[in-house]
Design a protein around this ligand. Structure first.
Ligand SMILES: [Zn+2]
Length: 381
């Protein structure tokens, strides 16, 4: 039986253990104990050493008793965003809330608690289940670093679910690919009052480029943003340098590369318009570009085995699950890129990444019941 009180208590315990990105060690140790008490064999990979964290990804193996040949992956992330230390959760009827000074960390501790409760309930009811692999990752919130560095040689499973999105009853099967960009516009410094004609103002040049960019929501599958800018030294110095961080996302690779190239070209064009002649020598500004693919897209068809399994489980329980595309990346993006087929099932978290974050307890319970049913079906082979 799914025990609501046990689910809530476990969640409160986990929320009270601080676990910002790269400092998930304490919550990882607690979860190791919990999972071992449930009969799992728990190991950690070495991802933490690679990214400067105090623990690796937690990997727990449950030996199944069912007939299924393949192992099933259940994953959520242990780290939380800031402000997320000293969290004081409290229960408000069917909701779990914060005191308004921190996030709740239901992103993604709700996912962890749901996975644990589903397995506990299955075990108590003595339902046969297949081999299960539970992966609780580190550093999702800072570039999916845990999942990107996950030692997949420690895993047999290649298909399963990540629990890391808000709406319960929604299965996210599509997510955009994302490009990240860093630009440095190099101008030429000069005294702003005495010799401005001997300078090239990097702030002005960068502004011209940015002003020409298409940004924001570009169509139903593409977005772009300038998210960070820094430059110049003082009002009386023609600005020598501007540093810009930007991103673009799209569910279409074609549109993504078009958008990334568009943003680069806007800055290149702005730079090409400027030059200055000093003592007979022509000086031109320069653009330094760093562009990389942050993560690949997720594109799981509705007739794929993982989607069909989730839909069948929901149907058995008389519940409704819709597949949908999401606007952001998560561990599932990194895992799909690495050869897994993993969709993202909503947990019942709300207003995430804000101090108003809250969890809907009935939604979490519903998600647990679906997960339990999925694992029963998987165990039948
Ligand atoms: Zn998350």
């Amino acid at each position: 039986m799914i025990q609501r009180d046990r689910l809530v208590q476990h969640l409160l315990d986990l929320i009270r253990i601080d676990s910002p990105s790269r400092r998930e060690g304490k919550v990882a140790l607690r979860l190791k104990k919990d999972l071992e008490a449930m009969g799992a064999e728990v190991t950690f990979d070495r991802a933490g050493e690679k990214i400067g964290g105090n623990t690796g990804n937690l990997i727990a193996h449950f030996r199944g008793s069912g007939n299924s040949a393949s192992a099933f992956l259940l994953s959520a992330h242990m780290d939380t965003v800031q402000p997320g230390e000293g969290i004081k959760p409290w229960i408000d009827g069917d909701a779990i809330r914060t005191d308004g000074t921190t996030v709740l960390g239901g992103d993604d501790k709700s996912g962890i608690a749901i996975v644990c409760e589903a397995i506990r309930s299955l075990q108590e009811d003595k339902f046969p289940y297949g081999d299960l692999e539970v992966v609780f990752t580190i550093c999702e919130e800072d570039g999916l670093q845990g999942a990107k560095n996950l030692d997949i040689s420690l895993l047999k499973s290649r298909f399963g679910l990540v629990f890391d999105s808000d709406a319960a009853g929604i299965l996210f099967t599509k997510a955009p690919a994302s490009d990240r960009m860093e630009f440095t516009v190099h101008g030429l410094e000069a005294h702003a009052g005495m010799f401005p004609e001997r300078g090239l103002n990097a702030i002005q040049i960068a502004s011209e480029g940015i002003a020409n960019m298409r940004l924001g929501r570009l169509d139903d599958e593409t977005t772009a943003n300038i998210g960070f800018i820094r430059g110049g030294l003082a009002p009386n110095i023609v600005a020598k340098q501007v540093f810009i961080k930007a991103e673009a996302r799209s569910h279409s690779y074609e549109k993504l590369s078009a958008q990334t190239n568009h943003m680069r070209k806007c800055l290149q064009d702005a730079i090409a318009k400027h030059s200055v002649v000093i003592d007979g020598n022509t000086h031109t500004p320069r653009l330094e570009e760093k562009v990389w693919r942050d993560y690949e897209r997720i594109h799981i068809e509705d007739d794929s085995p993982i989607v069909q399994l989730v839909l069948k489980a929901a149907q058995n329980l008389g519940q409704n699950i819709d597949t949908r595309k999401m606007g952001g990346g998560c561990d599932a993006s990194a895992l799909n890129q690495r050869g897994f087929q993993v969709a993202n099932l909503g947990t019942g978290m709300h207003d995430i990444h804000t101090v108003n974050e809250w969890l809907d307890i009935p939604e979490m319970c519903r998600t647990v019941s679906i997960v339990e049913e999925i694992l029963k079906l998987h165990g039948k082979g």
